[in-house]
Design a binder for this molecule. Sequence first.
Ligand code: SAH
Ligand code: SF4
Length: 355
Amino acid sequence: MQDLTGFSFAELEHTVCRFGLPNFRAKQIWSWIWRHGLTDFQDMNNISKPIRSLLADHFIINRPTVSRRQKSKDGTIKWLIRLSDGQEVETVYIPEEERGTLCISSQVGCTLTCSFCHTGTQRLVRNLEAGEICGQILLALDELGDWPAGNSNRRLTNVVLMGMGEPLFNYNNVAKAIKIVMSGDGIGISKRRITLSTSGIVPEINRCGEELGVNLAISLHAVNDELRNELVPINKKYNLKTLVDAVRKYPGLSNTRRVTWEYVMLDGVNDSQDDAKALVKLISGIPSKINLIPFNPWPGVSYKTSQPKKIDKFAAIVLKAGYASPIRTPRGDDILAACGQLRSDSVRLRARERP
Ligand code: SAH
Ligand code: SF4
């Protein structure tokens, strides 16, 4: 049985054709899956019964299982999702006044080991399939009752790839999933409402802009190589100059389409006024926003969040240089759903424990 939620539209068309069905069947099935949220072929009432049964004999329309659902006092919802091999990832929905953002994961764990990030402490890592990436969105749409068909007041308007994992280390599956989510005949979330955050996998950055055109966010966190090597170790491979050069060339950047620089505020580590001045200098000439993220602690970590006064001073310098610098209010921190707090307990099962 193959799961249709991992199929691109072209793959679905090809499959329909293989079964000797006309092309428009692919459009109908696509719409039932991605606009109406159906999981049972028998409910596809514009398709004849024999064809519904034929489809049901060969395919499923899957949903991941929810292992745990937590709701924060600020309305943020975090799902611990169980994948078909038993591994788990987290997905977070963040409601705001004018929009609702879903923060999705691209890998189980992360191979990188940024020193301030909880996900980086998880040993087991595997890439998510395109269907598993989309599955997080399907699940959220189910739970929020927010399917596109006949719905003019969508609750899930934005998607950010800021959950577990480094999306540019799983480029092909991430790109496939993003294209499915952008499809106007399906969920239809535009590229302007999708943001991909990367720690700086330089060779993939341009491709991401050319092929997907989504908003780019860069996890900067330090303005000199010595400190960035320590905080974001991938910097030893792709240093600041290489990274900033790649971002400068990101297709489509303009004053209405800026890159976001994420900067976690770590007490006494990267939060001085000199750091703020160096930051402004480093990104000079690039259409930018700077997102200051107060560090979110997690069990066992030794970093501390910067003093609010220091964050304000830092923000003032950045603002004076002409950059918007919103300070990200932690959301869902009471349920460890805030940035950098995600981590599942997935461990490598010994052979005899595998299902
Ligand atoms: N791997 C990608 C995307 C996921 S992380 C990346 O690193 O960009 C999303 C953001 O949260 C990144 O900017 C990350 O650096 C930041 N982050 C990680 N741990 C954090 C923590 N404990 N507190 C605040 N932000 C954190
Ligand atoms: Fe991975 Fe991003 Fe966490 Fe670094 S900050 S360990 S790249 S998830």
